[in-house]
Design a protein around this ligand. Structure first.
Ligand SMILES: Nc1ncnc2c1ncn2[C@@H]1O[C@H](COP(=O)(O)OP(=O)(O)OP(=O)(O)O)[C@@H](O)[C@H]1O
Ligand SMILES: [Mg+2]
Length: 392
């Protein structure tokens, strides 16, 4: 007995369609996964049978083999729980095969059969749309996120029982709509107009915001460097829908998208100066994660107390050649990942950030940088403050 459904594995920030084939044959009861499943996918073997049985469905007491195709792509994440379960249910004729054909499935299953919110569902939905599928079946918690992709039928289900009910025609999902953007409108807790004096520094930030340049802020303690940098995002132009989707996608993959709404505020990332180089740049030995540089995509990466930082100029500049050489910020990834999939969006951002940091080698302080797609020649460094320019 054979069944086939679609899943999606997220590598870097992009989703890759995976055909999940299930075969039920003679032999002692077992579940074997083939097709380069990573550790989280292997974990699913012990989760899926209890989830199926808890949902009032039958687990075939025979030898079950599930193949994840293509076999040369490592599958990561718990989002393949649902497609594996559905593949087995289709193969055992508990779900009609023709109805599942146009859908991609994603979601982690609990032992009770409920669907748990899963990171990266926006990438899954985008991949399903690119593959020409009719819709996606996702956990109810991720409904708003998946609905951001236009033209896709989103089935948001609370549990496996409902997913099966949908394809049997006994359960109808409520219409999922994209949630409103964060806070309805773009709102900041601070504002550029709060800055008193500092005409030269304000002018430099305005030029940097308009031209997409890096900024180096140098000044004595208490002069207002951090205060200035925190207000830079408030004068940046609003993001286009494409930019907002890219930012939302990155935060979704990183598991930082709460509520699933479209991120319309430009990100402001201010990592602690003790951050490791790996956390700053992103990567991972098997499962790639975006770093702070990527999470600041289309926004501001603020490296405060730079000379105290683990990401010292020499280390970041040294890493630049490595990232450039591998055409990717995920340079620590294993070579089993497909070509190109290891590139986080703001690759050029990291390069220009390191160019700005090189200056700080000599004069130390605080760096705010934005849209570092420009060449290092395009940056704007300011000796922003003097102790005479006091607030108010
Ligand atoms: N021009 C200004 N307008 C309004 N507030 C200001 C101004 N300059 C400084 N401040 C206030 O002074 C305080 C100290 O500023 P801030 O923390 O930005 O200094 P800093 O230069 O980052 O110092 P450090 O080098 O110690 O980190 C903050 O509360 C800040 O809001
Ligand atoms: Mg400061």
């Amino acid at each position: 007995m054979y069944g086939r459904v679609f899943g999606v594995t997220v590598v870097g920030v992009h989703g890759h369609p995976v055909a999940v084939e299930a075969h039920i044959g003679r032999g002692l009861p077992s579940l074997t996964l083939t097709g380069l499943p990573g550790a989280p996918v292997q974990d699913a073997r012990d989760r899926i049978r209890p989830a199926v049985e808890s949902s009032g469905l039958e687990w075939p007491l025979r030898r079950v083999v599930v193949n994840l195709s293509p076999g040369n792509l490592r599958k990561e994440g718990a989002g393949l729980d649902l497609p594996v379960a559905m593949g087995v249910l289709v193969a055992s004729k508990q779900v009609p095969a023709p109805r599942v054909a146009g859908y991609a499935f994603a979601g982690e299953l609990s032992l009770k059969g409920t669907l748990v919110g899963t990171p990266g569902v926006l990438s899954v939905a985008m991949a399903a749309a690119r593959a020409g599928l009719r819709g996606v079946v996702v956990p109810a918690d991720n409904a708003a996120e998946a609905a951001l992709v236009e033209g896709l039928d989103v089935v948001a289900a609370p549990a496996l029982r409902e997913v099966v009910g949908f394809f049997r025609g006994t359960w109808t999902p409520s219409a999922s709509e994209a949630a409103p953007p964060d806070g309805g409108t773009v709102g900041h807790a601070v504002d550029f107009s709060e800055i008193r004096g500092q005409a030269q520094a304000r002018r430099a930030l305005e030029i940097a915001a308009a031209g997409g340049h890096n900024v180096l802020l140098v000044g004595s303690p208490g002069a207002g460097k951090t205060m200035l940098a925190r207000r830079l995002p408030t004068i940046l132009p609003a993001m286009s829908r494409e930019e907002a989707l890219e930012v939302t996608q990155l935060h979704s993959v990183a598991g930082l998208l709460h509520g699933g709404s479209l991120r319309q505020e430009r990100p402001f990332r201010s990592p602690h100066h003790s951050i490791s180089l790996a956390a700053l740049l992103g990567g991972g030995s098997t499962f790639l994660r975006p770093g702070e540089v990527s999470l600041a995509h289309h926004g501001v990466l603020f490296l405060d107390e730079l000379m105290e930082s683990g990401a010292t100029p020499s280390r970041v500049c040294g890493s630049r050649s490595r990232t450039a050489a591998s055409s990717s910020l995920g340079w620590r990834a294993r070579s089993s990942s497909p070509p190109g999939s290891r590139s986080w969006p703001p690759r050029t951002r990291a390069r220009a950030a390191s160019a700005a940091i090189r200056d700080a080698d000599a004069i130390a302080a605080t760096t705010a940088c934005r849209r570092i797609g420009r060449s290092s020649r395009g940056r704007c460094s300011i000796g922003s403050t003097s102790s005479s320019s006091s607030p108010g």
